[in-house]
Design a protein around this ligand. Sequence first.
Ligand code: SF4
Length: 432
Amino acid sequence: MTAPTQETLRRGWCPSTLRPMETGDGWLVRLHPPGGRMRPAQLRRIAELADATGNGLVEVSGRGNLQIRGVRPEAHPALVEALLAERLVDEAGGLGPQRLVLSSPLAGQDVGDLIDAASLAASLEHQGRAVSGLPPKTSVIVDGGGALALDGFAADLRLVAIDQGAVVIGLPQGDWLGPVAPDKGGAMAANLLSGLATYRRAEPDTIHRLRDLDDDQVAALIGVCSVSRTQAPAVRPSPRRVGLFALRTSRFALVAGLPFGRSDTRTLSRLSEAASTHGVSEIRFSPWRGLAFLGLEPEDAASLTAQCEELGLITRDDDPRLSVQACSGKQACLRGETRTMDDAAVLAEAAASLLAAGLSLHLSGCVKSCAHAGSADLTLVGHDGCYDVVIGGTTRDKPMARLDLSQIVQRLQPGQDIHTRLTAGRLSGPQV
Ligand code: SF4
């Protein structure tokens, strides 16, 4: 098998377990376990397999998928076989195109949820996968109204619970429909996806996402739904991205962030041991690039939090590392021209106040931009040990300067030019 390249990915193709993506440090194998859930022992098995077949680095993506990095092409068949044997592959979604539905890592158990978001997400995933011809990056958010609001994530469609047993459906053009019961909302969303697929088949070169539809096309889609337009739900404050959260069962979940979304397999194994010891019933991936440990008794919650901190995970929401995207860089990738991981830690500290104010910071070891495809308030692109500095753009945009790390740190201080330029414009907020 030949893995598609990053260039292919940019054209709309998505990696999965069976279809890895070629990156600078080998193949990237994306994994989403069935229902997005694992037992602690399965997490340990993933670590063992990532160690045996890859470069020992794993990531959690901004869509809550696990990514095994640096997989050797010759080891890929054995990896897939072992993951299937462990029932770690969602054969409907993991072997095919990208997972369709994103929901909270606490869905179905969050004490604040207004609907059964896990059931609705599973049903919509099933219905959506039956729609042929959907653009490969199509995404739908199911937000149950609980603690982990998903307002900050982009999607083609979003179903948001606004009351007990009632959801509204949002389109990227700003239209909102409903309110309707969750099962009806799921059926309506599936209809909207069918309509998108129809338009896509007719205009494959221009329609890649639902946002590409014109006003007439959107009006026609909405007309088929036979439901009234409604106003947008109230904007909720940005949620805590990590920490302890109450569950319905009088137990708790600990959501912990991996620094820059990445971990080594040794840490992952130790996390799995800690989860077993503390009675964790299931582990899920968080789209805030971490892990959610569910089913904790209060005393276990405090103890597991302390152990996660010891292992270097992020458990405090004011940690600036939560707002930095960084690729593997020179440490793990042949194409890396800078030590992005080390530099990200330095910059997270140097720019802590800017990050707290909403700065989005992206470090890329080269122009390929594996960690973050879009624009950021501050993008740093590795070049021969220095960084090309791009304000408000992507790795391919014109840099304002080429600087080494110490120069960037210095110019990020109040009164210096990079700081001034970043604070003069409106910061776009953390990109997730
Ligand atoms: S962006 Fe980073 S991980 Fe991707 S190829 Fe470049 S250095 Fe490697």
